[in-house]
Ligand binder design. Sequence first.
Ligand code: 3H9
Length: 692
Amino acid sequence: MSAVNIERHGRISLIVVDNPPVNALSQTVRAGLEKYIEEAEADVECDAIIISCAGRTFIAGADIKEFGKPPLEPFLPDVVSRIEACEKPVIAAIHGTALGGGFEIALACHYRIAHATAAVGLPEVHLGLLPGASGTQRLPRLVGAGQAMAMMLSGKPVKAREALELGAIDRVADSDDLLAEATRFAEDCIKQGPRRICDMKVAETEPGVFETARKEIAGKSRGLISPELIIQCVEKATSGGFEEGLAFERERFLECMASPQSDGLRHAFFAERQVGKVPGIGKAVSSRSLESAVVIGAGTMGSGIAYACLSAGMSVTLVDNDDAGLARGVKSIENLFSGGVQRGKISEADKEDGLNRFSSSLGYGNVADADIIIEAVFENMAIKKEIFGAIDKIAKPGAILATNTSTLSIDEIAAATGRPGDVIGLHFFSPAHIMRLLEIVRGEKTADDVIVSSLELARKLGKVGVVVGNCFGFVGNRMLYCYARESQFLLLEGAAPEFIDQVLFDWGMAMGPNAVGDLAGLDVGYKARKERSDLPDDPRFYRVADMLVEMGRYGQKTGKGMYLYEAGSRKPLPDPEVAKLIRDEAKRLGVARRDISAEEIIERCVYALINEGARILDEGIARKSADIDVIWMNGYGFPRHRGGPMHFADTIGTDRVYATICEFRDRFGPLYWEPSKLLKELGTSGGKFADL
Ligand code: 3H9
């Protein structure tokens, strides 16, 4: 079979796109569509044409793999115009999702019918793009400027029935035989003849619709270019002719396509899809059962993990040896369900169903039956070993024994059991039911199917699982140490906490490091540092954070940390007392204070990440640079449009990063700034992390 085929049923020509996995509009598909539209138009025995797709979905968009390469003819906008120009009625028969260029093909058709379970949308904004094959001009003509902008700026697909109400499609097919319904619909379309969106006008727009859209994106899209350009394209659709609008859209689309932002977001798209493929583990390895879980430890983390598992349909028992602690954990899970109902995220029935699958226990009772046991007690090796020794005696054969440690050795924990192959690290991020990242830490002896099961668990929980090796802090926290180390040094050297945070926030980080420290609790990192015996002998190392903790300033939970918090508020307020404390300490330590530029803050913090990431790759703790990127984008608020730290290094050039790190080494000494071997190799040869 070729990527596009045609067959005739009576007087209807059926064009079928068959380009697995998602029928993306690669060059062969574009050429096939153009060729068969022309063939069907010329066919005297054909009265109407249906465009449909084989496999699991209608066309999911332009072929993103072709982006960034020299474009190949025929171009999508031309194919779209050719379909619309057809003199016989063309009908799109949509199942699955018609997305991006796929929906633009459907909009070029004269009529659209969609299966009841289908959805349509223009998600280009998630790739730093705008719909570039007439979507910004056609959709407003069908559904109005406000609705069209809402769809394009959110990127969210709308379900068939809603699309029908909006006017984006003409009919919903309720039976499973979409093609039979499309064929019947075609009879009506033949009577009506072609109906072209390019001949329509955009309905009168409500006053203020563009201002409202701009206000809405201002907070959310922080420096992204495509949302503003989408609005400009729709403004054009309301004020000018169709052809003029197309030309305007084309220019803006190419501008987005050439931007590093789109490059970063496209990298994020593929990186998140490749993390599930672990080198050396083939498709033949399948997941173990994951129906029931026991979570040990009813603190914030354990409760969050339990709630996430319940939300994914698993049966869960929460275990703790402290009566009051267990009661608190149970209450917080109930509250999470109730909060979900209040916010309209889940129904009352979902809540009941979830709570019916939930139980709690002061002992290890249900451990014997659980498919997976996740330990989430505090970071103490002796306690973890005791727990793993105990559950080893009770858990059924084949159960997965997971630890939620964020720093400790998986191998040492696994050695406390007689089944190290079943032991794995599942590093959830707080709040565990919200954060998308799951760092999956394989021990030396972890079995392949336990790794595959952990990836499956991540998928089930709606998270992105990344498999990493075992070392202190694994990938994410090990790198965080370097990033936060620099931000701590910068405080002593003269940068105010709020300035550092503002600079990194403006650069795209979800939050600045000082605000994050206060949110997470400065005492958490303090305790972790106290457990380590390998920290540098440097009185400046995390000095400010240590002093604050020793003064009882833990962050938001104590109303004071790096910042001040008014009662009931999470808004960080600069604290003159902290400013003085830092100044005095810098003086005591003999650290010269100076004006520090935004550029230096970014380079010191982000290049520290890159250097450590390169070391992690060199040691094989992460298999691919994209894995590191996914971890930082999903667990640490690294801006998606910069594609993660390693992609960012590739974007600005490893040579530049290497040269700056050498400068830092000369200025600040080699203790923290010795360039890693891998970075040196890439930086001096013009190489890229992505090509490794
Ligand atoms: C666009 O259309 C621009 C136009 O306006 C203008 C142009 C001029 N291309 O996500 P999955 C691959 S921009 C190439 O795991 P699911 C994906 O990498 C585009 N490949 O499946 C993966 O490959 P592999 C606008 C693509 O069932 C496999 O398909 N469209 C594309 O969870 C399965 O993907 C979008 O942004 C693509 N467009 O979800 C839609 N899409 O197996 C992007 C997917 O090798 N796609 N692949 O890892 C999606 O949102 C989801 O993939 C979809 C399926 C919902 C379709």
